[in-house]
Design a protein around this ligand. Sequence first.
Ligand code: SF4
Length: 445
Amino acid sequence: MALSGLDIYKLLPKTNCRECGFVTCLAFAMQLVKRQALPEKCPYLSEQAKSALDAASRPPIKLVVIGEGEDKLEIGNETVMFRHEEKFHHPTGLGFIIEDGLSSEEILKTVNKINALSFERIGCLLRPNLIAIKQNGDASVFAAAVKLVKEHTNLGLVLISKDASAQRSALEIAACGKPLIYGLDKNNLEAFTKLAVEFKVPLVVSLQDLSELSAVAGKLIAQGVEDLILDTGNKNIAEKIWDLTQIRRRGLYRSERSLGFPTIVTIEDSADRFDPILEAATYIAKYAGVVLIKANEPWQALSLLTLRQNIYTDPQRPLQVESKLYPIGNTSDKSPVLITTNFSLSYYTVLGEVEASKIPAYIMTIDTEGMSVLTAWAAEKFTPESISAAIDKYGLKEQVCHKQLVIPGYVAVMSGKLEDACGWQVAVGPKEASGIPSFLKNLQL
Ligand code: SF4
């Protein structure tokens, strides 16, 4: 249960000695509440206070790691139900399922296709996180498929099998990569628990009923398995959303430790190309820690990764690029200068169109704290004064021999005042970035 500032203050020595760097014990307590200070900063905490603060500071939803190295996936450690309350911290892991019954060539082809799913969007690299190998054949076929996949990807692995001996063979091959084992049910509980403890790997607990799921997760915690991921099996979308929401709610609001874990959802295959993507998108939006899906076409992956990126950005801090003068292409002192804001989406949209035009140009981004053009203009962050200041700050006069700026069409209204403020001629560009190539081709400097 979270402690209030006053609760924490009661646990402190109340001597106001300042050794923690704060002027009073109360000030220190308030920083602890906001997680902007660590309890260790106070050297005078009693053991009782330390353990109370430790329990209170434990995240309500545990962080679980799948895989190792740069491509490892971290999920959980979430603190809010709604994104606008703070932000969502660890993006849903997206994984693709491969059946072990495929031929080696088909498995390899699929792995290479998944490895190649990589997209750059507004300056960020979007990639899937996991490859799940699903057992359909015997244990040796499963182990061979796991070995083949492991040898050809750096992505984390999910081993899907209810057969504990098949899981053991696979883990002997893949345990060093910290895979997720998926297949525990009531019948193999003991064997899977032993595997998770022995190989120190995260474990999926699958039970349809939430109360049973909570009870079994509690038993596993007591047996020393702490890296759990929760699954409520195959259900329709409405039931699944209910389960995911309840697990999140009970973990966050009731501090129910046995439900304080990330979740996983497996999407059933479908003849329709869109249905699985729509279903996966629904679970990414509503609390799934991992989504496993078979559909692995680039357009399918890109749509899910784009949605995920949008949901997991900080709503209080728009994605921003550095405010500066960007030369695009082989610029010269005669190149046009386009002005926009430092909102990532604005910059990268303009960049894409300038590159498409094949006309070298400068893009000067104004620091608007990541606001888009119209929002920044309404908030008085994108003004004749801020643009004039940027001309001096980024040394525009030294870069070009002309004195002409291109501003976005949506802020045409500021063109006169901008000319007065900076002394440069202002050309009003198109409202939509898609008009930039033809605009640049016709621009007279
Ligand atoms: S170091 Fe401890 S006792 Fe001293 S002011 Fe900080 S919280 Fe209070």
